[in-house]
Design a protein around this ligand. Sequence first.
Ligand SMILES: [Cu+2]
Length: 177
Amino acid sequence: MQRHAAITPALGAALAALLLLSGCAGAAGAAPGGAAPTAAAEAAASVTVEEAWVKAADDGMTALFGNVVNGGAADVTLVGASTDAAETAELHETVESDGTMQMRQKEGGFELPAGEAFALEPGANHVMLMGLTGPAQAGDEVTVTLEFSDGSTLDVTAPVKDYAGANEQYDDGHEAH
Ligand SMILES: [Cu+2]
């Protein structure tokens, strides 16, 4: 386990700027709508995340949402996630149990069918960020690394937004605000 220093808003913004710069340099191949079958060797190369966002939270846990689009010709499987903004990140599904909505780790990860979009949204599937290393406040950006079954990874930089609603219960009884 790594310890991460708390990220102040100012430092967070500086880090985000650095990440944006490096992201631009590395994203030359991501042409929206222009399918590039030869790039499908790596799962991450065929996946984009549209309208990504992270729910604002002072501490504890929050989640990454968005539309995960598999623009490739092959099905891919999202198997894990990590971020400097939290101690752990997990792929969660939300299920109804005893009349309440409970979230839990998704066995086997999220299957992303070729050519389809997979929604991560409050009250449904999401990437859970647990043990925030600092406050995630509206206006900040959080970068989450998604990992696919072939070992390839995709960095997603998402703005933090205020959101009220869909307070699922974690299945150990903790509430995800
Ligand atoms: Cu969750």
